[in-house]
Write a protein that binds this ligand. Sequence first.
Ligand SMILES: [Zn+2]
Ligand SMILES: [Zn+2]
Length: 259
Amino acid sequence: MLKVFPLFSGSKGNCTLIVSPEANLLLDAGFSYREVLKALSERNLKPEDIDAIVITHEHRDHIGTLLVWGRHIQTPVYAPSEIVDNVQLRTGMSEVHGTDGSFDIKDIHIERYRCSHDSICCFGYKFVCGNSRFACVTDTGIPTNEMTEFLSDCKAVMLESNHDEDMLKRGEYTFVLKQRILSPYGHLSNAQAAQVLKQLVGTRVRTVILSHLSENNNTKELAFNCAVNACLECGAVEGRDIDIYVADQYHNEVCICLD
Ligand SMILES: [Zn+2]
Ligand SMILES: [Zn+2]
């Protein structure tokens, strides 16, 4: 049994709470420490109740909380081996375990998918507890068959839907930044997320949380409609065959329960 609470999601910071019968995990910790604390306390949790923090990559919107977190409590951190030194140096967290493949934290088995992103390295993760499976893939520039396969045996997935390409191209970002986001080492657009979703229709996936939206180059409506239409094209009706949520940067009330 797994419960998934997306707490904060977007270009300003990311943090998801994953709860099993034995463990409370945070997937990334990249939002304001005060806000993360508040979101945890709303769910009757304190930092001491968090057994481990699993990190996808070293960008600030994924590790920023730890800068302050580490001054209060030394929670074990699990990060790809390639970034252990970087995370330790920048956050002051002392117990950073390097991971090189699958690993276990209490009753949760964790598998990973290598993302294509302009960081030292970046991984999406799958959390397995009994028959419950949840996966999250964000911060990746290209949809791949391997990614679809990775997601397809999970009942719930968090999938990046970062930007609307037209909004990004017409927007005020510099040419270099636009190129970075659009590159195979940037972020998935709504259209790329839709491409993945089409391949997920008919698999085990029943709940999709669109995540890591850009505040400047996307709207929740655009991301949602793009995903709903993609599913519809494959014969899946939102609300009947598949549930689609859009994670918010600042406030999320949704809790996904996986038996
Ligand atoms: Zn990143
Ligand atoms: Zn990010």
